[in-house]
Design a protein around this ligand. Sequence first.
Ligand code: AMP
Length: 226
Amino acid sequence: MDGATPNTQSPVLILLGPPGAGKGTQARMLQDQFGLVQLSTGDLLRAAVAAGTDAGKAAQSVMAAGGLVSDDIVINILRDRLGDDDVAAGIILDGFPRTAAQAEALDTLLAEQGQSISAVVSLEVDDAAMVDRISGRYTCANCGEGFHDTFKQPVEAGKCDSCGSEEFKRRADDNAATVASRLEAYHAETAPLIAYYGAQGNLQSVPAMGAIDDIAQALQQIVRSA
Ligand code: AMP
């Protein structure tokens, strides 16, 4: 890039919260509403596993056990994705950063692009409810729309509300045993980032046990004023 050209700040939103808090659902809605790009390191890692890359091979067993993939692998994957043209419109980070080292790396990566964090949202949920939320969830295999055995079944049984596809998929790590490890990793490594961003002054907390649309409205407000 020409050094004389001023960089313009695009929205950079971080969604923090334990597995099952609704980060992915809300990120997808913001993507549709504001044209921002959802960047989920979980999705990028699952794609790497499916493609059989070296990073994917290293990540696969860690993900299956509900642990955290190494910072090096995750930061490299994110750095590559941030180099793509489509992210210039602004991004919603879903599932990254998850450690203090990742948070520091993110600051550096954004600074290299003349960007900085616009807002960090902590989705506040009750841990006890997360196991039920995660254990029953599945997505449309075609468009990624999220559903749940108890909380959100398709209007027409077996057919995606969004695109009409009849194929659905469940994540291998969305089972009760793995969820316990994922929650543990969240509390040990990721929850401390709430204080980290709080100290930087750009943290906002949103109660996230209620209706999806109410939570979405709160997030829309935050994006509009970011
Ligand atoms: P998610 O789709 O965000 O629930 O992530 C699924 C799994 O991918 C996690 O349980 C971790 O094993 C791995 N993962 C995703 N994002 C990260 C990250 N930022 N740091 C470390 N591991 C990650």
